[in-house]
Write a protein that binds this ligand. Structure first.
Ligand SMILES: [Zn+2]
Length: 72
């Protein structure tokens, strides 16, 4: 199998596993993978932020419940 070069970047191409005889631009594949990693990082960070917010709110509710109990 000879490595072809893409028209857009002149880089050697990957054979496309999903279409027989197809080729994929290595540069485009890498860009898409990077985008996916960034998206993943963002989701992980967002989840962590939300978990922290949730913990804050829950402890605030617990405090308010305590206040309500002691003020009666
Ligand atoms: Zn290309």
């Amino acid at each position: 199998m000879t490595a072809r070069r893409c028209k857009c970047h002149g880089q050697p191409m990957y054979p496309n596993k999903h279409s027989n005889g197809g080729w994929r631009c290595r540069v485009k594949v890498r860009v898409r993978q990077n985008a996916r990693h960034h998206e993943h990082d963002w989701l992980v960070r967002r989840k962590r932020d939300l978990a922290a917010q949730r913990a804050n709110i829950l402890s605030r509710i617990a405090e308010l419940e305590q206040e309500a109990v002691t003020s009666c």
